[in-house]
Design a protein around this ligand. Structure first.
Ligand code: GDP
Length: 439
């Protein structure tokens, strides 16, 4: 994500590299490049002009003598201004209330329903009782979709399939959430393909009726300038509290993130980076600015890992490793944990330096598929006692998993190498006075 912009900024800064000081002339050139990069990334022209004017003032005002290098100084200034442009501080969703009512608005296809599921998942993981409600009276498929997501993340689902009155459904949903003691109720509403009066009236009426604690506007970041216009239209009518930017995993040029905040003056609160329920991140303006500048986003990566990893399971596997009993069940469980962390390429993109290197490399989960198939074709006994997997068993496993005997052999070899390494680490830890050191 944002690759175009960060590559272009890279080039803009190159013109400054090797120059001893920031002069009016070389800064003007760089500023022009930065502005062009922003506009190319779909940033609203007026916004791009304001931000680059500020960058220029800042740069010219700096004492060039103390600057590490003009290029580095410029990166810092651009980073500061981009952070500021996206709101400065992180802004949290407000879920104070009993129950807190979160209203989700946006165009059809923007990712509202997916986000509703993700937010439910996110809040449930914080230990909150959550209910989701479908208020789309036009598309039964939208109701089914939310129902499936609710089941998947394990939260209560509310709908009234016979009703044609979204306002009443929303009211009833809130009542139901109250009665059942939920902490948060999330109301997914109907969207349309484009902004129209009827949709606006409906969402306005729902909002008036249930007086949400928080109204979030969901927008597809791939729609560029349209995203800004749609945000403005919704905000003029329903005065939302925050923005959710979706599909930032795609080919989005990211300009929406930069302009929406500046144009509607409402904070972006979440970003959605994939179709999986875990692919949701809080929006940190400074981290996003870092990401735009190609500095990676290690903090988000770590947080996502913490959320997705099952502590208890990790402890159990660690114990097996220490007892030299690491087996294929543990291996499979680890693969599943990694997969749960969301789209792998997206994660890799968060590591500084790596995003650029890997920009054209395809990484996907299909690499895991044969491994999983092989392990799943093993018997329970074989998984727990890998040493018993003889030649004839390997043949059977290859057939059962639709792989080749070479693939099975390779996996067995990798697995055994891994175990050998674990054993020698255990030994080392042991000679240093206790296995506990490994944990
Ligand atoms: P709604 O009509 O606004 O409720 O939109 P949906 O939630 O049904 O999403 C529309 C499509 O976009 C679906 O195919 C989703 O799986 C997909 N989608 C939603 N959010 C994301 C995202 O962050 N990244 C990607 N790649 N796809 C998404």
């Amino acid at each position: 994500m944002f690759e175009n912009l960060s590559n272009k900024l890279d080039r803009a800064f190159k013109t400054l590299k090797g120059q001893g000081s920031i002069t009016e002339i070389n800064v003007a050139q760089t500023i022009k490049e930065v502005r062009r990069a922003l506009v190319d990334a779909d940033v609203n022209y007026k916004v791009a002009k304001t931000v680059t004017d500020k960058i220029k003032d800042e740069a010219m005002g700096r004492d060039v003598l103390i600057a590490v290098s003009p290029g580095q100084l410029m990166v810092k200034i651009v980073h500061e201004e981009l952070t500021e442009l996206m709101g400065g501080e992180k802004k949290d969703i407000n879920i104070n209330g009993s129950p807190a009512i979160v209203l989700i608005a946006g165009l059809q296809g923007s990712g509202k329903t997916t986000f509703t599921g993700k937010l439910a998942n996110f809040l449930k993981k914080q230990g909150k009782g959550v209910m989701v409600a479908a208020c789309d009276v036009y598309r039964p498929a939208a109701i089914d979709q939310l129902n499936v997501l609710a089941e998947q993340v394990g939260v209560e689902f509310y709908a009234e399939r016979e009703s044609k009155d979204p306002v009443q459904i929303a009211r009833n949903a809130v009542e139901h959430a109250k009665k059942t003691g939920k902490k948060v109720v999330i109301i997914d509403t109907a969207g349309r393909l484009a902004v129209d009066e009827e949709m606006m009236r409906e969402i306005y009426n729902v909002k008036e009726a249930i007086k949400p604690t928080e109204t979030l506007f969901v927008v597809d970041s791939m729609t560029g300038q349209d995203a800004v216009n749609t945000a403005k239209a919704f905000n003029d009518r329903i005065n939302f509290d925050g923005v959710v930017l979706t599909k930032l995993d795609g080919d989005s040029r990211g300009g929406a993130a930069l302009s929406i905040r500046a144009v509607v003056e409402k904070p972006i609160k979440f970003i959605s980076t994939g179709e999986k329920m875990e692919a949701l991140d809080l929006f940190y303006p400074d981290r996003m600015a870092q990401r735009i500048l190609g500095m990676g986003d290690v903090i988000s990566l770590v947080e996502r890992a913490q959320q997705s990893f099952d502590e208890e399971e990790a402890k159990r596997i660690n114990k097996n490793i220490r007892k030299n009993q690491f087996n294929f069940d543990d291996f499979l469980s680890q693969l599943e944990q990694i997969k749960r962390m969301g789209d792998i390429k997206d994660l890799v993109g968060m590591i500084p330096g790596v995003s650029k290197m890997l920009k054209d490399v395809e990484i996907d989960e299909s690499a895991f598929k044969p491994i999983e198939a092989i392990i799943k074709s093993m018997t329970k006994e074989e998984r727990q006692n890998p040493d018993m997997i003889s030649g004839s068993r390997r043949n059977r496993i290859a057939k059962g998993s639709g792989t080749t005997i070479q693939q099975v052999n390779n996996l067995m070899k990798q697995f055994n190498d891994m175990r050998k390494m674990m054993r020698s680490m255990n030994k080392m830890a042991g000679t240093k006075g206790g296995l506990a050191k490994l944990g």
